[in-house]
Ligand binder design. Structure first.
Ligand code: C2E
Ligand code: MG
Ligand code: MG
Length: 252
């Protein structure tokens, strides 16, 4: 089946793929911007069913969210992440959690239970929450964050600068890290506005005691500018593409 033959609403197909265990994490290394040493990886969901892997998470994640089974998809990814993570020793792994999942009052307990079963330590897990969708269930989200943080899980605000977060998110949810959206990084060497925004994000993060990760670095020039601006960590095709677990095995 070709990607173009798939229906506009993918949720039925994605639900079936989750049922058949066809969603796997690929991993993109995150590096220290000064030394370019690998400090961790981000797990990014890939749908194996899609014939040429051409249907990316930008299409199947919204389908899982609107179909109401993003939690099932997430736990399929998390189980594999924990198994891979145990094999990789002390490596930190970031996973993406949809804001919608915070409606589940048992989210924190379920995550901790997968970690306990697999033996992957909570202190090596980082949860990325995108700013691209609003966090609606405020008090439940805060409670889940408290529960997981007490066990050593870290949190980052993903795609920062593009979406719905406001400064009270930073104050009340105490994120550990901000991920600077790649749309700002893309034109960093040509647009002064982007440079101003990124400088402000780095200052904001420093003042709140958070680290910064620049997403989507593709060139040496972008890297040099972000390093000089005080950004601490980096991720992008300039260093590594997302890759299957077996390739991370070889890399470490
Ligand atoms: P994200 O969490 O911001 O992940 C970074 C995205 O940027 C990934 O796209 C990655 O492949 C891409 N990327 C990394 N470096 C570069 C670069 O140098 N240039 C360019 N052009 N792109 C780069 P991907 O894998 O297609 O994922 C898209 C989004 O889908 C993710 O954005 C995340 O929001 C979501 N997503 C992926 N996996 C999951 C998941 O398991 N659960 C949830 N809820 N969302 C996920
Ligand atoms: Mg992410
Ligand atoms: Mg992002």
């Amino acid at each position: 089946m070709l990607a173009s033959d798939l229906p506009f609403d993918l949720s039925g197909e994605v639900r079936e793929a989750v049922r058949r265990d066809r969603l796997v994490p690929h991993y993109q290394p995150i590096v220290d911007i000064q030394t370019t040493e690998i400090v961790g990886v981000e797990a990014l969901a890939r749908w194996l069913h899609s014939p040429d892997m051409s249907i990316g998470p930008d299409r199947f994640i919204p389908a899982a969210e609107s179909g109401g089974f993003i939690g099932d998809l997430f736990f399929q990814i998390l189980r594999r992440v924990c198994i891979d993570g145990v094999r990789w020793g002390g490596l930190k792994i970031a996973v993406n959690v949809s804001p919608q999942q915070f409606h589940d009052p048992f989210l924190g307990s379920k995550i901790l239970s997968v970690m306990a079963r697999t033996g992957f330590p909570p202190s090596q897990l980082e949860i990325e929450i995108t700013e691209g969708l609003p966090l609606t269930d405020w008090s439940r989200t805060a409670e889940t964050l408290r529960q997981l943080k007490a066990e050593g899980v870290r949190f980052s605000l993903d795609d920062f600068g593009t979406g719905y977060a406001n400064l009270s998110h930073l104050r009340e949810l105490s994120f550990d890290s901000l991920k600077i959206d790649r749309s700002f990084v893309a034109a960093i060497t040509s647009r002064e506005e982007n440079r101003k925004i990124v400088r402000s994000i780095v200052t904001l993060a420093t003042d709140f005691g958070m680290t910064t990760v620049a997403e989507g670095i593709e060139t040496e020039e972008q890297l040099a500018w972000l390093r000089d601006a005080g950004c601490q960590f980096a991720q992008g095709h300039h260093f590594f593409y997302p890759q299957p677990a077996s390739e991370i095995d070889d890399l470490l």
